[in-house]
Design a protein around this ligand. Sequence first.
Ligand code: PLP
Length: 377
Amino acid sequence: MSAPRVVPVRPDFSAGDVEEILGAIRTSLETGMLAQGEQVAAFERETAAATGARHAVATGTGTGALVCGLRALAARGEGEVLVPANSFYSSAAAPLLAGLRTRLVDVEPDTLAPSVRTLREAVTPGTVGVLTVHLGGLISPELPEVAAWCAERGLWLYEDCAHAHGSRLDGRHAGRFGVAGAFSYFATKVITAAEGGMVVTDDDELAAAVRLHRNLGKPEEWRSHHTVLGENARMSELHAAVGRAQLRRLDEFLAVRERLARRYTAGLAHLPGLTPVLPRQTAASWYKYVVLLDPGTDRAALRAALAEAGVRLGGEIYEKPLDAQPVFESLLPPGRHPVADDLCARHICLPLHTRMTEEDVDLVLSVLPDALKAAAG
Ligand SMILES: *Cc1c(COP(=O)(O)O)cnc(C)c1O
């Protein structure tokens, strides 16, 4: 097989970004200010401004952001958290790592997210909150209803925004619909710090508690006085410098992703065998361009045929439901989520990143029909 002509993801650093990042890192190295300094503080301020949140608290990873937020929420009441069955490992693991329980909930086929209907089916007297996920960067138009339903029942709503940098519903940024949102800056995300995470919230008490849990349970940064069982989930100055340079380019990245996504949508409109999952009322981050394959399509054969034609697909979001992961076999209560199961089994994500050109999109569109024929059931 020849080298791929189109790859699924690629981080984007301009020559100017590299200079800026190296300059900031040089300053950190020369001053010895490597942790919890001006870069982290500035990245937090800039993220709060970009999302419209009162507080932003940086962490070492996205998983750390989820866990620190959930530890802070666990102090308000222990119990069960509803998590969409078609999400990533961390969404289901974080409540368990925070001393809570996870119960999977089904999703809607057109938003990939839980709705009031699916939450009603899964909720129990032991439920304390909902961790929703903006899969692929789509915010469900039903999210305000979900938030209202949670508020009525005394449940908190926490948003896993790992895919949703810049995603907005009616102008409101991901992470701003519930009590808090958690972002990831892992290498594959819409913007990256190599590794990193961020909790955004308007809740003063929650932000203070997340800071405590992030920093070994210490109310004062540099004093060994510990008041809660925290962990070290801090972000380094060097990572914050990378994240800041990326955040400055986010709007530009979103415009490129939107343009490429529109080209896919136009090109796929008359192609039988698949249906794109498109945002409604939403400015999506376009972390992924998700398409549903007709039932009976052999996904492995499709991936192979595309690879043969020079187009490498990235991973699905996600290939199997969370309760099919061996680790969760004994950790989750039994439950049914047929829509999530079907979505997991039947979708692919087309290559989409800011280093792609329109010619790359056209290449994918030109090889898809034959690849679909090769994979038809
Ligand atoms: C990437 C991701 C995370 C975890 O982020 P890390 O920074 O890799 O720890 C959590 N949830 C979802 C949905 C993700 O895609």
